[in-house]
Every structure is written in structure tokens, then in C-alpha cells.
Design a protein around this ligand. Structure first.
Ligand SMILES: *Cc1c(COP(=O)(O)O)cnc(C)c1O
Length: 342
């Protein structure tokens, strides 16, 4: 069988050949010793794009979030975050393991926190209560279908946090998708938080890496956590070269992924037995509501189309550089055929 149409995630993207060439020609050093020039260039570039003082290059988005929370909080602190956050559901309990943090999940509206609910959740300093240590945002919000959180709302949450002298971290794994979809610069989104992470492995097609950006004093603290988590890597400049290449060439094309996702969503919505909130597809994620999602994903796989089941009812399709219009056609045909057989 030919290569499957792989919609499981944008992390399945392979590095383009020219990216690999940039890697081969990278000037490298020892990143733990701080003298890998390509890592330093990437960190400077990331900080500049997000309008932050400094940045650190880490292996994954999970490590970026974990290191950020550890650097902002003390054990026993409470982290206020949206109830369907990646940090709660997909980071293996890391906030408890790595930071000894207690979570304070709040229900969101399409991933967005309600500023007054955040205000109400901030602890009053009683010695009986935990201390509130951090407010955490996610942009775009994965579990909310890749929703772009409106910056006005983010600013209100930030104002509430500031009034209580609380830092704000933004899990911006798909921050550039949010920027392209909203037409607002990444720095405009990033200005809504003190620290911001973004991923290179999703729509940006790199083999590994995330950046965590924020105040210089914060990044100094993160470097110690990074070392403690075992994140210290040496000639990471080879991977940083991929990141620099991708930031220059692959950001603007993310709009193509969004258009393709919209097309896929419209096609899926027209299939009996599938429910899709087409208007809610703002970026490159499409959640289709179906019966027995897991069984359907297996049936689709046998037809050469890969998608991820999220629980019993949701099937997630993600568009990226390695799928095109013909893959969307294949997906629509496979879903129709699979549901017709039920
Ligand atoms: C992908 C993702 C991450 C990080 O994932 P890694 O697999 O560790 O790179 C973090 N947050 C969100 C919202 C994500 O989508």
C-alpha cells in the first residue's frame, strides 16, 4: 500500500531536505557550556520574535511547560489553568512530579479562561490554603479544537494576574498558528504572558525542539531546572539550525494548513454520522464527533487514513505540510465508506 494519509498530528511532519542541509552545515559547540553559536542564534531569534528578553532551546514542548512551571512556582503552589489544558491531560502528571504543584482547573469557553473566575480562584493568603503561584494559558488551545484565544480576553486575565503579582505562562506550542490565523504578530500574543513556549516540531516540521521565552532572570532559573530534568544537550546546534530554517521559511505557509483543515471540516460535516463545528475550525485541528471513534480510526487506518481517537466520541484530524488536497479527498472517501458499512 502507498504511504498513508497521516492526519494523526502535525508532529508527524518530516524535515524538508533543505532543512537537513541547513543542519549539516550548522556551526556547533557545547550548548550546556553555553557556547553553541547556532543555539544562541536561535534563542536570540525566538526572544526577538516574541518580544521577550531571553529564551532557552529545549527538547520538547512538554519540557518547556514543565521547566516554566518549576521556575515560576514553589512546591505546594497552586497553578490556575483551563480544565482541558495540555498540561493537565498530556504531560504525564508532570506538574505534580516536577514542581510539586497543585492544579486549580477552571472550565473555559473554547479554551479561554474567564477573567472573573481567575480572580475568584486566586488564594487570599490564608495560612490554611495553598499559595497561588501561576496562571497558565494555552494558545492555540488543542483540546478546544485549535481555537485561537482572543487577545482581549488574554489581556484581561493578565491584568487580573498582575493585580495579584502573579506570573502568567503561555503554552504556545502552536503560537505561530494563532498568529497566522489571527493576523496578529506572535509578539502581540506573547505580550499577554510573562513567559511563552512554542514548538518547532508541529507545523514547523523540525525533528525536535521548543523554545521557552521570558525575562532574563526567569531564563536563568529555567537553565538550572533544564539541567536537573536532564535536558542538557551538547551539539544541539544541529537541531537549532532546523529551527532557524523553519522560522524563516515555514511560518507563513501555516495558513495553507488552516485552509486545508477548513476544507476537511466542511467535507466531514456533509457526511451522515459525523458532526463537526465547521465555524470553530480556526487553525489546523479538526475534531469530528462520531460514534465509537476508536473503532472508526482503526477502520480508517485499514483504508490508509490515519486519525487519532480522543475518547469514545472524538476523532482528531490535523493538517500539516505533509498532507495535501488529495489526502483530504482520501480521508473524506474513507470516512464515508467506513460509516456506510456500519
Ligand atoms: C504538542 C503540545 C505540547 C508539547 O508537546 P511535546 O510533545 O512535548 O512537544 C504542549 N502543549 C500543547 C498545547 C501542545 O499541543
Amino acid at each position: 500500500m502507498s504511504r498513508p494519509s497521516d492526519f494523526r498530528s502535525d508532529t508527524v511532519t518530516r524535515p524538508p531536505r533543505e532543512m537537513l542541509e541547513a543542519m549539516v552545515h550548522a556551526d556547533v559547540g557545547d550548548a550546556v557550556l553555553g557556547d553553541d553559536p547556532t543555539v544562541r542564534r536561535l534563542e536570540e531569534e525566538a526572544a526577538a520574535r516574541l518580544g521577550k528578553e531571553a529564551a532557552i532551546f529545549l527538547v520538547s514542548g512538554t519540557m518547556a511547560n514543565q521547566a516554566a512551571v518549576a521556575a515560576w512556582t514553589s512546591p505546594g503552589d497552586e497553578v490556575i489553568l483551563e480544565a482541558e489544558s495540555h498540561c493537565i491531560h498530556f504531560e504525564a502528571g508532570g506538574l505534580a512530579r516536577n514542581s510539586g504543584a497543585q492544579i486549580r482547573p477552571l472550565p473555559g469557553r473554547r479554551g479561554a479562561l474567564d477573567p472573573s473566575a481567575v480572580k475568584g480562584a486566586i488564594r487570599d493568603g490564608s495560612s490554611l490554603a495553598p499559595r497561588t503561584g501561576l496562571v497558565l494559558l494555552e494558545q492555540t488551545h488543542m483540546n478546544a479544537g485549535g481555537a485561537v484565544l482572543p487577545v482581549e480576553g488574554l489581556r484581561e486575565v493578565q491584568a487580573v494576574a498582575r493585580a495579584a503579582s502573579l506570573p502568567v505562562h503561555m503554552d504556545g506550542a502552536r503560537l505561530f498558528n494563532a498568529a497566522v490565523a489571527s493576523g496578529l504578530a506572535p509578539s502581540v500574543h506573547a505580550a499577554c504572558a510573562d513567559s511563552v513556549s512554542f514548538s518547532l516540531v508541529k507545523g514547523l516540521c523540525c525533528p525536535a525542539g521548543s523554545l521557552l521565552c521570558g525575562p532574563a532572570s526567569f531564563v536563568v532559573r529555567v537553565r538550572r531546572v533544564w539541567r536537573a530534568l536532564g535536558g542538557g544537550w551538547r551539539q544541539a546546534g544541529y537541531l537549532a539550525a532546523c529551527g532557524l530554517w523553519a522560522l524563516d521559511r515555514l511560518v507563513d505557509r501555516l495558513g495553507e494548513d488552516h485552509a486545508l483543515a477548513r476544507r476537511l471540516a466542511e467535507g466531514l460535516a456533509a457526511i451522515r454520522g459525523v458532526d463537526v463545528d465547521v465555524g470553530g475550525v480556526e487553525t489546523n485541528l479538526v475534531f469530528a464527533l462520531v460514534d465509537r471513534a476508536e473503532a472508526l480510526s482503526e477502520d480508517l487506518a485499514a483504508r490508509g487514513v490515519l486519525a487519532s481517537a480522543f475518547g469514545d466520541r472524538r476523532l482528531r484530524f490535523v493538517t500539516h505540510r505533509d498532507v495535501g488536497p488529495s489526502d483530504v479527498d482520501a480521508a473524506l472517501a474513507a470516512v464515508s465508506a467506513a460509516l456506510r458499512r456500519r
